[in-house]
Design a protein around this ligand. Structure first.
Ligand SMILES: *Cc1c(COP(=O)(O)O)cnc(C)c1O
Length: 490
């Protein structure tokens, strides 16, 4: 068999091979000053077009991707992204629209954004929406800025604290601190929920906002949510919901009905377009009527049958992103919502919950779960004691999964669970895929018990073996340098 290692193929450089030959004729007679012309050839590999194609195709096969691998990355909702979304969002009229176009020339896009805002208000039982934030965390930042502006306008400047349970997503304390809020962390009870007495003690006339991730990062729903909201409201506190986990609730429960005042949605999680490839996201903020005046500008409004952008909003927190945010992602989300009826929206969350509970029941026998009884769209397990005794840790289990062609779950998060494995299968996976994952996890358990050295070395079958991830992140070396040097004269 021919050695087809993609690393080597770029080393196959041979003098004079070309993938592309430029026509050197200078038709327009443009004179490039002599001192700007290079007098040596660039140090580039010399390869034929076919070799270049093979190199990149083989490299692409070495990537883990949602289109090729099961991707149970907890909290990230890595669901399948229907291809129709991509087709719709790359329609020429959307793609070619200049962001500075006059409103009259941007009616289609404005109309879509307007209807998407309305759809999200309906899904969440809220009154107004902005689509401008670029991601979930940016949505949180926007939400906290809205609450800050609200209290400043109300003359309650002493409200400088945000109360956050320890089961919240890590971005919650980070984004509120960026706005100058003090964060007050409250401990969850043994069920992984908010302890009512602890909450009461934490709230005061200095509290601006209670920031809840629902379901929380343990995959647990706050069963006492109505009581919690009413306690907060009685202290004049605004209740914010981190709605990035809305895949567990969509079509079943509307946050506005539980008394939530404002929330963000991760368009790139719940409404497909999963992240992970480093591409853009979008994070909508939905608010109750009394917070609408503080939403960022521009807003989209409908007037005399026309759609218009509106920026003269005196109480608005101002601009938080150029133009209307990442509209390509928003178009995909709208296509995704339209392709579901009201009934099938709830199929998303029901199936996401069933899939996660199936994994919890099957894997919970070997990997101790945080909550044995039930979970919402994700479950949190731990590395078993039997393996820890053999010096096998969660990281080793995660790395070994890669050898089975399965992406690892989120590890060591939430921080409140020791050696955590946070698994979110999403609704788009079949039972067969879940069974393959269960089998791999069972095999890894056996290996950890009887051949722990295999797990310490994993991944074994991939092109890249165990990496020092800190070093790779801090000192990325992304250049290619020829070892052999090409035929150039440099
Ligand atoms: C993903 C996530 C966030 C942050 O969203 P980004 O789009 O990654 O900024 C916040 N909260 C929760 C619960 C999440 O899962």
């Amino acid at each position: 068999m021919i050695e087809n290692d993609s690393k080597l193929s770029i080393e196959k450089s041979a003098s004079g091979r070309r993938a592309l030959v430029f026509n050197a004729r200078n038709k327009n007679g443009i004179k490039i000053p002599q001192h700007l012309l290079r007098d040596t050839e660039p140090l580039l590999p010399e390869l034929s077009e076919l070799e270049v194609i093979r190199h990149y195709t083989l490299l692409s096969h070495k990537n883990f991707s949602l289109d090729a691998n099961f991707y149970p990355l907890g909290s990230c909702t890595m669901k399948y992204n229907p291809r129709i979304n991509e087709i719709v969002s790359s329609l020429k009229n959307f793609e070619d629209l200049h962001p500075l176009s006059d409103d009259a020339c941007a009616q289609g896009t404005l109309e879509l954004l307007y209807h998407l805002e309305k759809a999200l208000c309906e899904i969440c039982a809220m009154d107004a929406t902005t689509l401008t934030p670029a991601a979930g965390a940016h949505g949180e930042f926007t939400g906290a800025a809205i609450v800050k502006a609200y209290f400043e306008n109300k003359g309650e400047k002493q409200r400088v604290q945000i109360v956050i349970p320890d089961s919240a997503h890590g971005t919650n304390p980070a984004t509120s601190s960026m706005l100058g809020f003090e964060t007050v962390e409250i401990k969850s009870n043994e069920k992984g929920q908010i302890d009512i007495e602890t909450l009461k003690k934490a709230l005061s006339e200095r509290t601006a906002m209670l920031m809840l991730t629902i379901p929380n990062t343990l995959g647990i729903f706050e069963a006492d949510i109505e009581k919690i909201v009413s306690i907060a409201h009685n202290s004049g506190v605004v209740v914010y919901m981190d709605g990035a986990n809305m895949n567990a609730l969509i079509g079943i429960l509307k946050p506005g009905d539980m008394g939530i005042d404002l929330m963000h949605l991760n368009m790139h999680k719940t409404f497909s377009t999963p992240h992970g490839g480093g591409g853009p996201g979008a994070g909508a903020i939905c608010v109750k009527k009394y917070l609408e005046p503080f939403l960022p500008v521009p807003r989209v409004i409908k007037e005399k049958g026309m759609f218009r952008t509106k920026s003269d909003c005196p109480l608005s927190i101002g601009k938080i992103k150029s133009f209307f945010g990442n509209t390509a992602v928003l178009i995909k989300s709208y296509a995704y919502i339209l392709s579901h009826s009201n009934d099938s929206l709830s199929e998303i969350s029901k199936n996401a919950i069933i899939n996660a509970n199936y994994l919890l029941k099957k894997l919970g026998k070997l990997y101790p779960p945080h909550n044995r009884e039930y979970c919402m769209h994700e479950c949190v397990l731990s590395c078993p004691e039997e393996l820890l005794k053999n010096q096998v840790r969660t990281l080793d289990v995660a790395k070994r999964l890669l050898d089975f062609g399965l992406h690892a779950p989120t590890v060591y998060f939430p921080l409140i669970v020791k050696e955590a494995l946070m698994i979110e299968p999403t609704e788009t996976e079949s039972k067969e895929t879940l069974d393959a994952f269960i089998q791999a996890m069972q095999k890894i358990y056996e290996e950890g018990k009887y051949h722990p050295e295999t797990l310490k070395k994993a991944p074994i079958n991939l092109a890249t073996k165990r990496m020092d991830e800190t070093f790779a992140a801090r000192n990325p070396d992304l250049r290619w340098e020829s070892k052999k040097t090409c035929s150039s004269k440099v």
